[in-house]
Design a protein around this ligand. Structure first.
Ligand SMILES: [Cu+2]
Length: 599
């Protein structure tokens, strides 16, 4: 078992599962704990603790004594029993993210009759595992997830695993703030820009231009400031430490391999608020599973990783050298890092950091049928047919006092109609970093879609995901449910269809219905939309093999459609998985009513 200290080879995992026999409930966290209970049960205590990341210690909450919580290794078909004891002085809960189960076992307070587990109480979860794959579990109470309450779930298939691997590692990404999460939310509500240090210089430019009397010739409704949203708010909380399996970049979690082995990485985004761009320079990743569901293998160099999503990838390092697993948060305030090497204690190069993507008006103009009326503070009349010609009359020759230095990173792609040829006297040479609209330029990434992927490199797109097996329900959806992702960033209110949680009507479908859900993102942020209890299938052109997912990352200003067979009765949480968005109201009830109820 030379590999067991840090990771668990597939063979070892199977051996352990075998040793447990019918009981079969195994929890393993590399290097920390292995328990195999003979009585098919497992005890997990929730308690306050301290966590030390890269030498810095702060407050946290653990499940089962560690952060992340112990990896639960189970087998499809087993019935598992988990006793969760709350040693906090507040209510808690554990939600089994992505698992198909009875509503009350889903662990979301206020849904399906589940009530918070009170201080000192023990709650017994019991459910049969009806699926295989990579999932995770986390608190669904207050902001406890942000404080460390998350762990991985690995369910081995009952039959043969179509994915072959010599090594099997969980790579759980998370974000940790040394600050009290309740404080974070309070500050966000006071001022949405509190954590946004990357103020965009285009705003300054327009402001200055107005101050200098040029405003009359500029359609100032173009300025982002008018939208009461900050164009750089790809993420709205920063100051995070980004972790891999609980370790900061300096502590450097390491996965060990022998050259030539197939290494399976079960990558989970267990962050509260952080969307990442993930890559392993020099090591292509073959995506074999998304959100726990097998897909036709697709080879990529990188992928954008929404909160709550999971991807299993296979890597096959043949050289005896360290590779760096690198996950940059999309606001580029930091990164999570780990190492894949033939031994502990070595490290690979830290790749060059990429520029932050700047959202453009093009991002906002993408959404057909977008309800512009719901975009608070924005002058919608100027949006759909944005009149760039209004800028052509701008007399650039009269801009002697214009501070070109302030134009670094200015996004000209939003000004495509602007005739640069009419700008005599404008010293283009003094505008470093200026991007004349070439998306993907090295200097400045433009638009949500641009992760700064270098030419020739392949970034995963949802369109690439194709389910390994054919869908069971091929009916056309009988009706469509529109879910607008809405918000008022100036007051840090995030909503669905313009209404805060439990202010609007829940979504109701009948058991057995086949429906389409149409997500219309009217905001400037991406929202990873998560449905409990069921998988949705993304309408990505894969006809009878649409990928099944439990989290769908809906880009800013865009529309994403999914289909769903409502085959799990209950009252399921349906929410944005960005923790503070959910906490501020971006959640609803998705009710699957038994047929009898409608008679
Ligand atoms: Cu959100």
């Amino acid at each position: 078992m030379h590999t067991a200290r840090r990771g668990l080879s597939r063979r070892d995992a199977l051996k352990l599962a075998g040793a447990a026999g019918l009981a079969g409930i195994i929890t393993v966290y590399p290097g920390r704990r292995v328990f195999a209970a003979a009585d098919q049960s497992l005890n997990l205590a929730v308690e306050r603790t301290r966590i030390t990341i890269d030498g810095e210690t702060s407050s946290a909450i653990s499940i089962g004594g560690s952060i992340p919580a112990p990896t639960l290794r189970w087998r499809e078909g087993q019935e598992v029993v988990i006793y969760v004891t709350n040693r906090l002085d507040e209510g808690t809960s554990i939600h089994w993210h992505g698992l198909l189960l009875q509503g009350v076992m889903d662990g979301a307070p206020g849904f399906n009759g589940f009530v918070p587990i009170g201080p000192g109480e023990t709650y017994t979860y019991r459910f049969k595992l009806r699926q295989a794959g990579t999932y995770w579990y986390h608190s669904h109470s207050a902001s406890q997830e942000q404080e460390g309450m998350y762990g991985a779930i690995v369910i081995e298939p009952a039959g043969r695993d179509p994915v072959r691997a010599d090594r099997d590692y969980v790579v759980l990404l998370s974000d940790h703030t040394p600050e009290d999460p309740e404080n974070v939310l309070r500050k966000l509500k006071v001022s949405e820009g509190y954590y946004n240090n990357n103020k965009r210089t285009l705003i300054d430019f327009f402001r200055d231009a107005r101050r200098d009397g040029l405003g009359a010739t500029i359609n100032d409704r173009l300025a982002w400031g008018e939208m009461r949203m900050d164009a750089t708010d790809l993420a709205d909380v920063t100051g995070y430490q980004f972790l891999v399996n609980g370790k900061g970049p300096r502590d450097n979690w390491t996965a060990v391999f022998n050259p030539g082995e197939r290494v399976r990485l079960r990558i989970i985004n267990g962050s509260a608020m952080s969307i990442f761009d993930v890559r392993i320079p020099g090591l292509p990743m073959t995506v074999v599973s998304a959100d726990g569901q097998n897909v036709v293998p697709v080879k990529v160099d990188e992928f954008r990783f929404g909160v709550g999503e999971t991807y299993d990838v296979i890597v096959m390092p043949t050289e005896d050298k360290p590779f760096t697993f690198f996950a940059e948060s999309i606001d580029r305030t930091g990164f999570a890092r780990a190492t894949i090497a033939t031994r502990e204690g070595v490290e690979g190069d830290i790749p060059e950091r990429r520029p932050r993507a700047i959202l453009t008006m093009a991002d906002m103009a993408m959404a057909p049928g977008m309800d512009h009326g719901s975009m608070a503070g924005m002058d919608h009349s100027s949006m759909p047919g944005m009149d760039h010609s209004a800028m052509q009359g701008m007399n650039h020759g009269n801009m002697p006092g214009m501070d070109h230095g302030a134009m670094q990173g200015m996004d000209h792609s939003a000004m495509q109609g602007m005739d640069h040829g009419n700008m005599p006297g404008m010293d283009q040479g003094s505008m470093p970093g200026m991007n004349q609209g070439k998306a993907g330029s090295k200097d400045q990434a433009v638009g949500w879609g641009d992760a700064g992927t270098p030419p020739g490199a392949k970034a995963l797109s949802y369109a690439d995901l194709k389910a390994l097996s054919k869908a069971k329900d091929l009916r056309e959806p009988s009706h469509e449910i529109e879910v607008q992702l809405t918000g008022m960033m100036s007051r840090y209110i995030w909503t669905l269809n313009g209404e805060k949680f439990d202010e609007g009507a829940p979504i109701r479908v009948a058991y057995g219905d086949r429906v389409r859900i149409r997500f219309v993102n009217t905001t400037m942020m991406a929202h990873p939309m998560h449905l409990h209890g069921m998988f949705v299938e993304i309408e990505n052109g894969q006809t009878d093999r649409m990928p099944k997912k439990h989290v769908v990352l809906v880009p800013p200003g865009q529309v994403t459609t999914v289909q769903l067979t409502a085959d799990e009765p209950g009252e399921w949480p349906f929410h944005c998985h960005l923790l503070y968005h959910m906490a501020s109201g971006m959640m609803t009830r998705f009710i699957v009513e038994p047929r009898t109820a409608s008679l």
